[in-house]
Write a protein that binds this ligand. Sequence first.
Ligand SMILES: [Zn+2]
Ligand SMILES: [Zn+2]
Length: 123
Amino acid sequence: MHCFNHQDTPAVGICQSCGKALCMECLAQVYNGLACKDSCEDRVILMNRIMDANAQMVTATKAQMKAFEILEFFIGMVFFALAYYAFKIMGWPAGLVLGVTGFLAIFHVIFRQQKKARFPDLE
Ligand SMILES: [Zn+2]
Ligand SMILES: [Zn+2]
C-alpha cells in the first residue's frame, strides 16, 4: 500500500478519520491515534476524546450501580431489624410487612447478581 498523497512512497499508517493510507511525512500522531497532517488532526483528537469520555462514563455508571446495590442490601437488612422490633412491639402484622419489604430488597439484589452472572455484557 502506498501513501494517498505520494504514489511512490510506502504508507506507514491509516488516518483514523478518513481511512486514507499515509506515509511518514503525511501522517500526524495525535492523542492516541493517527491522522492526516493538517486536515484530520482536530477531528481525530475530538473523536478519541469523546470515546475516552464514554468509556469513563460507563465505568462511573457501573460503580454507581454497585454502590446502589450495596445500599439496597443494607436497607433490606435494616428492614429485617425493624421487622424484629415491630414484631415484638406491634405484633406480627407490622413485623410481617417490614420483613417482606426487607426480603424483597435483598431478593432484588440477589436477582440482579444472578442476571449479571448469566449475561455479563448486559451490565
Ligand atoms: Zn484523514
Ligand atoms: Zn505522503
